[in-house]
Design a protein around this ligand. Structure first.
Ligand SMILES: [Cu+2]
Length: 454
């Protein structure tokens, strides 16, 4: 969402124009956020968790299967009705429209249901992280954010974990949690299953029938070091055949390439199949189904395959995987759509690596607000002197780009696909939307992560 020219959007959240003498986010460094502090702050609204549980059972539109963008987010199961506790806002909006007093809270003049819904989805995204930001950014910035979200209404999400922390298969910050191999005669051996799963695109929607390696979407990250001999054994628990391709590997033996009827026969339900190769070059690679792939990859048979170089020239402080997909469940990042996307967290002074991987069937131009991205690798190949800066990066299907973001200013920065029907509609933002949350100190990130995982 490019900022419109109006005064509110043109103002940085960390330097609110109407708070010229207030402390900036950077001044909040003494107010370190402890896990206890986070939880205390999160306890602001008592019945929040119960309300969120109720909300999870609320009826919503059945997600549809689509290969193309849709202008109606509800058609892809995008934003569900507002949680039970904040539904009260809906009559309020109607009341505004009819000129009657709002039954709860203050609904600004000129707002419509769209505004209520758009705010509700951001409330779900932040959950109890919103009150905790007071200890991170300081009183003035928090007052600005609190006014924007109407925290004074004590809405239920203030007491619930962020949407992304309520869904399974969380791919959180440094938790590019790799699968642990067994080393057999010097070969790193990985064992995975191929499963039918139910995937929750966000915490409020009914799960969609999906597929996953190791029962998760994306599958567990397989991470090795340049030069390693790799053996990956997949057991097919599906009701259909499949094959697995390690995307980007320069195989010596083409029979390990995983393409059904080009390099192998697909393997049947109940069968296991072994791939073995040497990871000869480093980079951000992927693994995915290469049989009935529009369907199988579209339904979640995908994962990151990271080959670390023997000598890491980049040395990022944080490492994020960002696998996009655009079929089942609509527009997703790491198997979830906004507001259940996991924010990229960083502290001022840190260097963050984001590994964009496109497992979908469309190009997605990723736009980061307020920051430049230094693109250092394409498809895992170092760009060297051809590295470039950008704030919008188009990533084609099958491509990977490694971006380095150097965090130097605190704030909550939007980070989304700029094909707008993939990101924002009449019910607010959905799908391929996320944020970069830059906090003043590293311990703030640690506290947030610990609180989320608690
Ligand atoms: Cu897109």
């Amino acid at each position: 969402m490019s900022a419109p020219a109006g005064p509110p959007a043109a103002t940085s959240p960390v330097e609110p124009a109407h708070e010229p003498t207030g402390p900036s986010a950077g001044d909040a460094i003494d107010r370190t956020l402890t896990r206890r502090g986070f939880l205390v702050g999160a306890a602001l609204a008592g019945g929040g968790l119960a309300a969120a549980t109720l909300a999870a059972c609320a009826p919503v539109a059945t997600p549809g299967w689509t290969y193309g963008p849709t202008l109606n987010p509800n058609a892809t199961g995008a934003p569900a009705p507002t949680p039970a506790g904040s539904v009260a806002a809906s009559p309020a909006a109607s009341a505004v429209a009819s000129g009657s007093p709002a039954p709860s809270g203050v609904i600004p003049a000129g707002w419509t249901q769209h505004d209520i819904d758009a705010r509700a989805v951001v409330r779900r995204y932040l959950g109890n992280l919103a009150p905790a930001l007071k200890g991170i950014y300081g009183d003035a910035v928090f007052a600005y954010l609190a006014d924007m979200l109407a925290v004074s209404e004590n809405y239920p999400e203030l007491g619930a974990k962020p949407s992304f922390a309520q869904v399974p298969n969380l791919v959180l910050t440094d938790a590019v949690t790799p699968l642990t191999p067994t080393v057999v005669n010097g070969v790193k051996e990985f064992r995975l299953t191929v499963d039918e799963i139910d995937q929750k695109i966000d915490e409020m929607k009914p799960p969609v029938p999906a597929l996953g390696f190791g029962k998760q979407w994306p599958g567990p990250t397989i991470r090795v070091t340049e030069g390693d001999r790799v053996r990956a054994i997949f057991t097919n628990n599906l009701k259909e055949t499949t094959s697995v391709h390690f995307h980007g590997v320069e195989f010596q033996d083409f029979t390990q390439d995983g393409v059904a009827f080009v390099t192998q026969k697909p393997f049947a339900p109940g069968e296991s199949y072994t791939y073995e190769f040497t990871a000869e070059r480093a980079g951000s690679l992927m693994y995915h189904s290469h049989h009935n792939a529009t369907d199988q990859v579209g339904r979640g048979l995908l994962g990151a395959f990271i080959v670390d170089p023997k000598v890491d020239a980049i040395k990022a402080d944080r490492d994020y995987i960002w696998i996009s997909n655009d079929a089942l469940g609509g527009f997703t990042v790491n198997g979830h759509g906004f507001p259940a996307t996991v924010p990229v967290l960083a502290a001022v002074g840190e260097k963050v690596r984001v590994r964009f991987m496109n497992e979908g069937v469309m190009t997605h131009p990723w736009h980061l607000h307020g920051y430049r991205m230094r693109i250092v690798e394409r498809d895992g190949y170092p760009l060297g002197s051809a590295a470039f800066d950008c704030d919008t990066l188009g990533v084609n299907p099958g491509e990977r780009y490694d971006a380095i973001i150097t965090a130097d200013r605190p704030g909550v920065w939007a980070f989304h696909c700029h094909i707008l029907p993939h990101a924002e509609g009449s019910s607010g933002m959905f799908g391929m939307v996320n944020t970069l949350i830059v906090v003043p100190k590293k311990e703030h990130v640690d506290a947030i992560v610990q609180a989320i995982l608690a």
